[in-house]
Design a protein around this ligand. Structure first.
Ligand code: PMP
Length: 788
């Protein structure tokens, strides 16, 4: 695809004499900005204004004639188009030669008054008027055609995906490049199937905010606010009719706080003039996003070809600010809003089962103890960074899912998985560089001597393997674990998970499992004082002494460094150091379950065991390292790995497969490149401060604890007795869910709000969470008077 070169440049004197010669008009002349044509503004002594257009010499005559004809056609029906002025000899299109001998076409059109839409504040009325005018124009264009407009043109939305595919790699900003790739992929999946159903006609194709002229209340010559002109007919093409509306929307929503609401004003008004079809309503928002993506891609291309021409650069900043917002809006939600704006009834475009049908089917075919969050279950169909979207396109702020660590559907991770899946996905029985790189990169983040990796498919599998490693290395079976802990869903892991085996349906711990009290300084055995860590560690020591006295050996100790299921607990200082020393003294190994807390979540450290100043013998990784892809890992010392190599082969069919490693690598790189650990620390501080501030207003908040994006808010009925406020916690999370914020409860008494969002969770999100929690608590449980 070739962008046309600039027209041969005329200077002002040459343009003036040309005007006089061809049109008999004497006028003062200034140059107007333009991408392709050279445009001059002429002002006669009588104050009449015209635009002299010198067309690119490469522009086909037929195309210019088509433009002249369409303008003449439109002038019969709408008032916002320029009129073509004939030459003295009656021609609408003149030919001329410049001093350099270059050949070009000349046209003169009436000048339309007004300020570019880009330069004024956009009231709702103005945006509606724009929609109305574009609708009127498209209605008029429905009865016009010209063969020259049936052309292959790079600004045609019908070629949008092609443009993005061809030039996206030229975009320097990586995040922008990725986002545009994601938008294009979404378009391909959600909108391309609709395209064959869209109406086609000749369209203007360039109602951008510099081509739309408006009068505002401030203008002295008119009291009426509205569109006064639409200029630049150089991009006209036979394409999707709704393309005109899409282009107008694309530029009208730049830098808007609520782009969808602004777009709906145009859609509603357009529909009033020239009714849209259902498929057009479904497609138009994504087409607007695609147009902006095309603009970024073509600007990058043009920048390469002609660095001096900055015409396309004019909108790039606002496009780049706006695109991320558009990326958060699903086609479904846009469709719903637009259908509402057009007064159409609600209907699922895809014909997908309703939420009730999905729930009923789930009950039929899935095990009944597969839990569902929230009283009114959510049907989530899409995710993007810290947001989830339901089947109706409603957006939810995800404040607790820690698996989509670098963000739901992070484009870099998605791309890594897609590309590797298309290239190869096989097991560890062949040499491949991905698994080596991934293991090297993971081990590089660990302190010595943790330097050997095993890959599996889940946190449970990783903990199972950790158990086997500990047992094989020590030749012992018994394990010490903590009260209220959860380590996974296999038989052995239920045995060591106090939260499960001592809860409903559990059968208690088998004899080889020894449970130590949870070092919880809020409601545990020891609540205050610098000695807390040592005091809790002494209970572990008592177990090791008892085992020793019984002549029972010890395989090891397992704990999360910040116990999560136990209620977002932060151990007292020195606890793990003292425990690890006593375990090693008893001949056991120390296992750190970092499944929930790893990879920068706590903000201060990449791995949370470092916050306790310890180095485990075995580290277990899961959830975040695959960002939702099933990926688990165990990292241990060469010594333990050597013991494990006892003749029995270790193999996992899927563990360490090529796709998983590509994804793991992408997640790890994203954490570092986006500096997510520091981000978690900074936004986490803001959350902690805000949540602690709420304690002054809400007696129900007994404790706020944690670090980075690993936070707990413990709700109690009484700050002295610490009676757990479980029902209240459930009311709060359900109420917040209804308001579009997702949280959940944890802890043995189900009274701790867990806040562990995807890492892109922003300061604005933090503020929203705090004010929403404040409002819900006030509304449900009242507010404290005075300071507490
Ligand atoms: N360890 C901890 C601390 C966990 O929280 C979990 C899961 N919640 C697991 C292990 C088990 O991981 P998975 O569900 O991936 O098997």
């Amino acid at each position: 695809m070739l962008l046309l070169e600039n027209a041969p440049r005329l200077d002002l004197d040459q343009a003036a004499s040309l005007t006089e010669e061809l049109y008999g008009i004497r006028a003062t002349i200034t140059l107007l900005p333009s991408e392709r044509d050279q445009n001059f503004l002429l002002t006669t002594e009588a104050g009449e204004k015209f635009v002299l257009k010198i067309a690119n010499a490469l522009e086909e005559r037929a195309l210019l004639e088509a433009q002249q004809q369409v303008m003449t056609h439109l002038c019969r029906y709408v008032s916002i188009c320029p009129r073509v002025i004939p030459t003295r000899s009656g021609a609408f299109l003149a030919e001329s030669q410049s001093a350099t001998g270059a050949h070009h076409f000349v046209r003169l059109v009436t000048y339309l008054p007004g300020t570019p839409l880009a330069c004024v504040r956009h009231s709702s009325g103005l945006l509606r008027d724009l929609g109305r005018r574009i609708g009127q124009m498209d209605r008029a264009l429905a009865t016009f055609d010209h063969p020259a407009f049936h052309r292959d043109f790079h600004w045609d939305l019908a070629h949008g995906l092609r443009v993005v595919d061809e030039y996206r790699s030229l975009i320097a900003d990586e995040a922008l490049r990725e986002m545009i790739g994601q938008l294009a992929a979404d378009f391909r999946r959600d909108v391309r199937p609709l395209l064959p159903a869209l109406r086609r006609s000749v369209i203007h194709n360039d109602a951008n905010d510099y081509n739309v002229l408006v009068a505002t209340h401030r203008d002295t010559d008119t009291r009426l606010e509205g569109v006064t002109g639409l200029i630049d007919f150089g991009d006209m093409v036979y394409s999707y009719t709704v393309g005109d509306l899409a282009v107008a929307i694309a530029y009208a929503i730049l830098d808007k706080p609520d782009p969808l609401a602004s777009a709906a004003l145009l859609v509603e008004a357009y529909h009033g003039e020239y009714p849209l079809t259902e498929a057009e309503i479904a497609a138009v928002f994504s087409m607007a996003s695609l147009r902006l993506s095309m603009s970024v891609c073509l600007a990058a291309h043009q920048q390469r070809q002609r660095p001096a021409n900055d015409y396309l650069a004019i909108s790039q900043d606002s496009i780049q600010r706006t695109l991320p917002k558009l990326a958060e809006i699903t086609p479904d939600s846009a469709e719903k809003v637009f259908r509402d704006a057009c007064g159409l009834s609600e209907r699922s475009r895809t014909g997908a089962p309703t939420k009730a049908e999905t729930l009923a089917a789930r009950r039929r075919v899935l095990g009944p103890n597969l839990g569902l969050a929230y009283k009114e279950p959510l049907k989530i169909v899409r995710g993007w960074m810290q947001y989830l979207y339901d089947e109706k396109g409603r957006r939810y702020l995800d404040a607790y899912n820690n698996v989509p660590h670098v963000g739901h559907c992070h484009p870099r991770v998605v791309k890594a998985g897609q590309e590797q899946m298309a290239a190869l996905n096989t097991n560890t029985r062949y040499l491949h560089d991905h698994i080596n790189h991934y293991a090297e990169n993971l081990c590089a983040t660990m302190p010595a001597p943790l330097s050997v990796c095993y890959f599996v498919n889940s946190g449970s599998e990783a903990n199972e393997l950790a158990l086997r490693l500990a047992r094989t290395h020590t030749g012992q079976r018994d394990l010490i674990a903590l009260e209220h802990a959860y380590h996974g869903n296999t038989t052995a892991l239920i045995d060591i998970s106090h939260f499960k085996h001592s809860g409903p349906g559990g059968c208690g711990a088998p004899p080889w499992v020894h449970i130590a009290p949870l070092a919880d300084t809020y409601r545990g055995l020891y609540r205050n004082g610098p000695e807390g860590g040592q005091k809790y560690a002494r209970h572990v020591m008592q177990i090791t002494e008892r085992l020793r006295a019984n002549g029972t050996g010890l395989a090891g100790f397992i704990a999360e460094t910040f116990p999560s299921v136990a209620g977002q607990i932060v151990f007292p200082e020195g606890y793990l150091a003292a425990v690890y020393a006593c375990i090693r003294d008893a001949g056991g190994v120390c296992i750190a379950d970092e499944v929930q807390t790893g990879l920068g979540r706590i903000g201060t450290h990449l791995w949370s065991f470092a916050a306790q100043g310890v180095v485990p013998d075995i580290v277990v990784l899961g959830k975040p390292i695959g960002n939702g892809h099933p990926l688990g890992a165990v990292i241990t010392t060469p010594e333990i790995a050597a013991s494990f190599d006892n003749g029995m082969e270790f193999f996992s069919t899927f563990g360490g497969n090529t796709v998983s490693c590509a994804i793991g690598l992408a997640v790890l790189a994203t954490v570092f490149e986006e500096d997510l650990q520091a981000h978690a620390l900074a936004v986490g501080e803001r959350l902690l401060e805000g949540l602690r501030g709420l304690m002054n207003r809400h007696a129900i908040i007994g404790d706020v604890r944690g670090s980075g994006f690993f936070l707990g808010v413990e709700l109690v009925r009484n700050r002295e007795t610490l009676e757990p406020a479980a029902e209240e916690a459930s009311i709060v999370v359900n109420r917040l869910c209804a308001q579009g914020i997702l949280l959940d409860v944890d802890g043995p008494y189900h009274n701790v709000l867990k806040i562990r969002p995807p890492m892109p969770f922003s300061e604005t999100d933090a503020d929203l969470l705090i004010t929403s929690l404040d409002r819900v608590l006030a509304e449900k449980f009242g507010v404290l008077r005075g300071k507490h």
